[in-house]
Ligand binder design. Structure first.
Ligand SMILES: CNc1ncnc2c1ncn2[C@@H]1O[C@H](COP(=O)(O)OP(=O)(O)OP(=O)(O)O)[C@@H](O)[C@H]1O
Length: 192
C-alpha cells in the first residue's frame, strides 16, 4: 500500500505548498463535516449518494456536525441515519480541508474509520450500502481526493490534506501522512 501512497502527486508536500494551503485556509469560514469509513478486513462499506451534494458519487457516510454534539457523535449519528448501523470502534484518522473555487466557505472534513458495528447495513433515502474489496474501490465514481488518502487509511495511517476544487476536479492540493491523529487534526491554516 505504501507504494500506492507515494505515487500520489499530493503526497510529497513541500513546505512551500503547505504554507500556501495554510494561507488559503486561514481566516476563512469552515463548515464542519464528518466522513466515516467502515473497513472490515479486506472490504470497505461505501454508499452511493442519492441526492444533494456529491449525488451519484460513492463515499463513506457522513454529514454536518449538529449543535450540541461532538464530531465523533456526529459521525456516528450520520452513519446510523444513512446506513442503519452503529459503529462501536470508530477512531479519528484524518482531516481534509476542501476549497471550491468561487466559494468563501472551506469544508473541514473529519475522517474516521471503524471495523466493528451493530446492525445490518441498510439503504436509506440518502445513500445505498455496498461492500467493495479494498482492491476494487470505485475511485472513478468517488470524489477525486479519495484515491489519494484511501491508501493511507487502509494502511492504518493518519493524514491531513488541503485540496482546491474547480467543480469536481482537483486543481491543487497537498496531502501529508502524519504520525498520529492529533497531528492530523492540526490542519493547515485552520485556527482550531
Ligand atoms: C470534495 N471532496 C470530498 N471528498 C470526500 N468526501 C467529501 C468531499 N466533500 C464532501 N464530502 C463528504 O460528503 C458528505 C456531504 O454531506 P452532506 O450531504 O452535505 O451533509 P448532510 O448529510 O448533513 O446534509 P443534508 O442533511 O442532506 O443537508 C460528507 O460526508 C462529507 O464529508
Amino acid at each position: 500500500m505504501a507504494a500506492v501512497t507515494s505515487a500520489s502527486p499530493f503526497a510529497r508536500a513541500s513546505p512551500k505548498m503547505i504554507d500556501a494551503a495554510a494561507a488559503a485556509a486561514s481566516g476563512r469560514p469552515l463548515k464542519l463535516l464528518t466522513l466515516l469509513l467502515v473497513v472490515q478486513g479486506d472490504r470497505v462499506l461505501l454508499g452511493m449518494k442519492k441526492r444533494g451534494f456529491g449525488m451519484g458519487k460513492y463515499n463513506g457516510y457522513g454529514g454536518k456536525v449538529e449543535a450540541g454534539e461532538t464530531v465523533l457523535e456526529g459521525a456516528l449519528r450520520e452513519l446510523h441515519e444513512e446506513a442503519g448501523i452503529k459503529a462501536t470502534d470508530a477512531t479519528p484518522r484524518g482531516r481534509m480541508l476542501f476549497e471550491f473555487r468561487g466559494e468563501e466557505t472551506v469544508m473541514d472534513v473529519r475522517v474516521f474509520s471503524a471495523s466493528a458495528f451493530e446492525g445490518e447495513p441498510t439503504e436509506s433515502e440518502e445513500m445505498t450500502t455496498e461492500w467493495f474489496g479494498v482492491d476494487k474501490l470505485p475511485f472513478d465514481r468517488m470524489w477525486a481526493d479519495d484515491r489519494h488518502w484511501f491508501p493511507i487509511l487502509l494502511d492504518g495511517g493518519f493524514f491531513r490534506g488541503y485540496f482546491e476544487f474547480e467543480k469536481d476536479k482537483i486543481v491543487d492540493g497537498v496531502l501529508e501522512r502524519t504520525a498520529d491523529a492529533d497531528t492530523a487534526l492540526k490542519a493547515f491554516g485552520a485556527s482550531k
